[in-house]
Design a protein around this ligand. Structure first.
Ligand code: G1P
Length: 275
């Protein structure tokens, strides 16, 4: 039903330096597939076919990844290596890719606002590719959120419970449960100190946003760390109308951290490679 998935991908990925000195963090591979590949697969499965990227300097590898590599493809055509490209070719044949640049790093809210030019006047998904999400028992996380969007037609954030001490790494929501796993948001705080966090329900990198978020973002003042925060814009949207927080089914690997990245690597190795 929704066509566009936005991938804010302008960040530096400093935790993975020196690798990310010349490699976009979204291109770090979990075994053989870059993180962004998993994200695009998830969006496609959720029915989206317009992949929109907000990139920054040094992110050319992302554009190249979703393009044909004539020389390489010619070299391996007809060899035993050719099947290794089947997945990426399927993706390239199923969707379009567009890119815009965020010239200054002014926060996730600003990155999403920069993506306005690539998003039609309709609701859209957002995937932060360094949050790798899987659900072995059913629909992927963005698809689960699409079902909720079909019923409520408002912005939705995916949340999970975290240890209290971890609230300072996330946007945190509070509100009232309207279904077992669905919360109507009344407050949101970006990266609160554990002593000030309203709950331990943390936002992860999956959003469905209605397009009025762009007007709100335009008027959202810099917040935590002097950056324009999507969390603050969503709080305004919740006050003006309705925002839902959904406790998703599945598992999320924080591949923006070394620990999470290793967990994801071990998980996919055990699942797909270990005989
Ligand atoms: C961003 C958001 C935060 C959210 C997190 C999910 O933070 O600002 O609200 O909880 O993504 O991964 P970042 O991890 O980019 O600092």
């Amino acid at each position: 039903m929704l066509q566009t998935c936005l991938f804010p991908a302008a960040g530096y990925g400093t935790r993975f330096l020196p690798a990310t000195k010349s490699l976009p963090k979204e291109m770090l591979p979990i075994i053989t597939k870059p993180l962004v590949h998993y994200g695009v697969e998830e969006a496609l499965e959720a029915g989206m076919d317009n992949m929109a990227f907000v990139v920054g300097r040094g992110k050319r590898a992302l554009e190249d990844y979703f393009d044909i590599s004539y020389e390489l493809e010619h070299q391996i055509a007809g060899t035993s290596k050719e099947p290794l490209l089947t997945d990426i070719r399927k993706i390239m044949g199923s969707c379009t890719f567009s890119f815009t640049r965020q010239n200054e790093m002014r926060g996730l809210g600003h990155a999403i606002y920069t993506g306005k030019t690539l998003v039609r006047d309709e609701a859209f998904g957002v995937i932060l590719a360094d949050d790798l999400c899987i659900n072995e028992d059913g629909e992927n996380v963005l698809s689960q959120m699409m079902r909720i969007y079909e019923r409520y037609r408002c912005s939705i954030v995916a949340v999970m419970e975290v240890e209290r001490e971890q609230t300072k790494s996330y946007g945190v929501v509070s509100g009232r449960f309207i279904e077992d796993d669905l919360l109507m948001v009344d407050d949101m705080v970006e990266k609160p100190d554990p002593s000030e966090a309203p709950t331990n329900l943390a936002i992860i990198g999956r959003y469905i946003l209605t397009p009025d978020i762009f007007d709100i973002l335009e008027h959202t003042k810099p917040g935590k760390n002097g950056e324009i925060q999507i969390t603050d814009a969503l709080k305004t949207q919740a006050k003006q109308g309705m925002v839902l927080a959904y406790k998703f089914k599945g598992r999320r690997f924080d591949c923006g951290s070394i620990d999470g990245f290793m967990e994801a690597t071990n998980f996919f190795y055990a699942k797909e490679y270990k005989k």
